[in-house]
Design a protein around this ligand. Structure first.
Ligand SMILES: [Zn+2]
Length: 783
């Protein structure tokens, strides 16, 4: 009965959306077991015209419409394509472009989608295969993954266009997967069918397989989904659910790879919605709690080197903030918001979108960044080659209208504040238009006008952001102090008449976050929902470095932070602002004297670096000791980036976090640890702190001499040996001699050098296992 009511409400919703983009619901054959607490909206129901709306429009008109779909289909037209995961982009584009078309109704975009879908369908082989691999290479790397995205893209297309032509294509893809992958006789193990990341890449096909099961009612698709959940728990699997139910950190699951794991969890939530298997929800909620408590950067980024890291091990650089992780993290929050209706997920959505997601999108929408880090330059690119992230970003943006303003059993729910209009259908079929006028986040005044067809009683739930210490609320001109409901929303329950107004005024104030390990003596500055950053394009003096800026105080009031209209180069939308505050010169350079007061301006992270300038989120406090010159650098090492035994950071001041160059059964002849800086420094002294001796290696062998210290004087120049660690004890490839774990070695340069990078290099040891060799390092410091 509840299912029926829900279906009727959804039908009404989508039919109503037909005014833009002709959205049509393709009804599922299998009803969901768990009804969403908060309904996702068709993008056609919502139009946004503020800052967020501008970014959505830019993503469509400057990115999705302009994509060369011929390039996306290239690997299918002429297998195997130029790149191992070339096959994922077309499905991701169809997903994002379809949502964008439903939102805008752009006919040109629709024609382009129709043509791409039609050609993709023609690329399917007779047995159902729709990947980019040659027959002998099937199911070895990223082709289950590509089938996942083709299914997701085509399912989204069918659902919103009503054109069911691709249904047979989807069924044949799914039938092939069900035939070839499984734990029955003659079937291939899905965990090894893409040798990547403990099977988390291939098993993330769960999400569209669940959706296809609901659409078709085909029992074998559900069996396949159950097989995937079983496979996770195999001894060689990632054991996602059991780890999370045991409250282990997400960094302990498989190899901690963020994009693949979050993709699996999004599938697990779709499975929960379908079957009601509650442990899947509990597992996902536990993952969410672990990420929020331990893995999040101030901007909403969650990974370094594409993986969740151990507690307190969060470097500012080192491939931080993969955009695919940002988007799948956004999707996880959107799923949890639908399933639970709890405001805390909407809080994260605002945080992700206004900081890390928009920080990865170039403000004009035409380009995206892969790793969007806590400091450095924004790596905007407008191609797709080899870049998973560049086709992920627009998917995140296209999903925003589905949860900005929603409905639940009680009435209307407002999750994000952006100017615009939502034409909503309540669950009983009643219609209400919600219009929002605001410059938010440029100011905190939000006017919401409700227009039901006739006066009627329902609830309006407003999300008051967690950062907001003070707000006022007026309804129809009268101040009200409504309760906060159990789901975390401020609850306005009354009879609403057409034209009734809600005035919400959020007091916008700066607030500071203290830096943790690696960022001691530094703070991240927030204004309302926005994380602010220093940017060299906003520093007063020509050639002044990002390292010259520090804040005058850790007291937000003493900083006298004042918003002002953004200057040229940062006018990314009509409300664009920068923020003037009290700084102090951190180091003497370019005619500035250390410790003198200096007004500085910060810019929202979303716009930071948009002039190809250097930016920084963690800003030092005046007086904080400036010690290790290498602390702000990016660390690299020889060997593979994702198969090392220890993956610690070597410039975070914490010798407990060790890095090594270990690779299973790969004896290297040479091993090194390096730090590369954003700006040159004058270097007098280098300290190398040894990591750990293992039975099978972990140190440098000194048979041919001690480890050498090398410097690079400018980017792109050759490494230059300046000396070696003469105090390093005598060792061999087989024995570590007198070398103790954590031993500290110092090298003084004959004369100070201006350098951009430093490394220590030597011959790695193999201990009792000559099949391999590796070195380890706890810290690399420069003074
Ligand atoms: Zn990516």
């Amino acid at each position: 009965m509840r299912n029926l009511a829900y279906s009727v409400a959804l039908l009404g919703l989508f039919a109503f959306g037909a005014q833009s983009g002709d959205a049509i619901l393709l009804p599922d054959k299998v009803p969901v077991a768990v009804i969403d607490v908060q309904d996702a909206q068709s993008p056609a129901a919502v139009q946004l015209t503020g800052w967020i709306g501008g970014r959505i429009a830019a993503s469509e008109s400057n990115r999705l419409v302009r994509i060369d779909t011929g390039r996306l289909l290239e690997g299918y037209r002429k297998r195997p394509g130029r790149q191992a995961w070339d096959g994922e982009h077309i499905g991701k584009w169809i997903h994002a472009a379809t949502l964008a078309w439903v939102y805008s109704g752009d006919e040109l975009l629709r024609k382009k989608i129709d043509a791409a879908v039609s050609e993709l369908m023609q690329c399917q082989l007779a047995d159902g295969y729709l990947g980019t691999y040659l027959p002998q290479d099937r199911w070895t790397e990223w082709d289950v993954w590509a089938h996942k995205y083709n299914l997701l893209g085509l399912l989204t297309y069918m659902r919103y266009t009503g054109n069911v032509a691709p249904l047979d294509t989807c069924r044949r893809m799914a039938d092939l997967l069900c035939r070839e992958l499984g734990d029955g006789p003659g079937q291939r193990d899905i965990l090894t069918a893409g040798s990547q990341h403990f099977g988390m890449a291939s098993t993330s096909v769960l999400e569209p397989m669940v959706l296809l099961y609901r659409l078709t009612g085909e029992p074998r698709y559900l069996d396949f989904c159950k097989y995937i959940v079983r496979a996770w728990e195999q001894p060689h699997g990632p054991r996602i659910v059991s780890h999370l139910l045991a409250r282990d950190g997400v960094n302990q699951i498989g190899n901690g790879k963020g994009y693949e794991m979050l993709s699996c969890l999004n599938g697990a939530l779709e499975m929960y919605r379908t079957t009601g298997e509650r442990t899947l929800l509990t597992a996902a909620v536990n993952a969410w709690q672990d990420i929020v408590a331990h893995r999040l950067y101030p901007t909403g980024a969650a990974t370094a080197e594409e993986r969740f890291r151990g507690d307190g091990n969060m470097p500012n650089q080192n491939n931080v903030g993969e955009t695919c992780v940002t988007v799948t993290w956004l999707q996880l929050n959107a799923q949890l918001l639908r399933l639970t209706g709890e405001a805390r997920y909407a809080e994260q959505l605002e945080h992700i979108i206004t900081n890390q997601l928009f920080g990865a999108q170039r403000p004009d929408g035409a380009a995206w960044g892969y790793y969007v880090q806590m400091e450095g330059k924004k790596p905007y690119s407008d191609t797709l080659d080899g870049h998973c992230c560049l086709s992920s970003g627009p998917r995140g943006v296209a999903l925003i209208p589905t949860f900005t303003v929603g409905t639940d059993a009680a009435g209307v729910v407002v999750n994000l504040y952006d100017a615009g209009t939502a034409r909503l259908t309540l669950r009983d079929g009643g219609k209400v238009t919600v219009s929002t006028a605001t410059l938010y986040p440029a100011d905190g005044h939000i006017k919401i006008t409700l227009t039901p067809e006739a006066p009627r009683a329902f609830a309006v739930k407003l999300r008051v952001p967690e950062w907001c210490g003070h707000f006022t609320l007026k309804v129809a001109g009268e101040v009200v102090t409504p309760p906060v409901s159990a789901d975390g929303y401020v609850l306005l329950q009354r009879t609403w008449s057409p034209g009734d107004q809600i005035m919400l005024s959020l007091t916008m104030e700066p607030h500071l976050m203290r830096g943790g390990p690696g960022n001691e003596g530094r703070v991240a500055v927030f204004y309302g929902p926005l994380v602010l950053a220093a940017d060299t394009a906003l520093l007063g003096t020509a050639d002044q470095g990002i390292g010259s800026v520090s804040l005058a105080s850790a007291d937000p009031g003493a900083l006298r932070l004042t918003p002002e209209p953004a200057p040229a180069g940062f006018q990314t939308w009509p409300g664009a602002q920068v923020f003037r505050l009290q700084g102090v010169v951190r180091q003497t350079s370019h005619g500035l004297t250390a410790d003198t007061p200096m007004e500085i301006r910060l810019v929202p992270f979303a716009d930071a670096g948009c002039n190809n300038s250097l930016y920084r989120v963690w800003i030092p406090l005046a007086g904080a000791r400036r010690d290790n010159l290498l602390r702000d650098g990016r660390t690299t090492r020889s060997g593979p980036w994702d198969r090392t035994r220890y993956d610690g950071t070597i410039n975070d001041g914490n010798p407990a976090t060790i890095a090594d160059t270990f690779e299973q059964n790969k004896p290297a002849q040479e091993a090194w640890f390096a730090v590369t800086l954003l700006e040159p420094v004058s270097l007098k002294r280098v300290v190398f702190v040894h990591g750990r001796n293992d039975r099978d290696g972990g140190w440098f062998a000194t048979t041919d001499g001690p480890p050498r210290v090398q410097v690079m004087t400018a980017m792109g120049k050759d490494w230059e040996t300046v000396g070696n660690l003469t105090d390093y004890p005598a060792t061999s490839v087989a024995t570590a001699g007198q070398l103790r774990d954590g031993a500290r070695f110092e090298f003084v340069l004959p004369e100070p050098r201006t350098v951009i990078a430093v490394r220590v290099i030597g011959v790695p040891a193999s201990g009792d296992n000559p099949a391999q060799a590796f070195a380890s390092c706890a810290e690399l410091e420069g003074y």
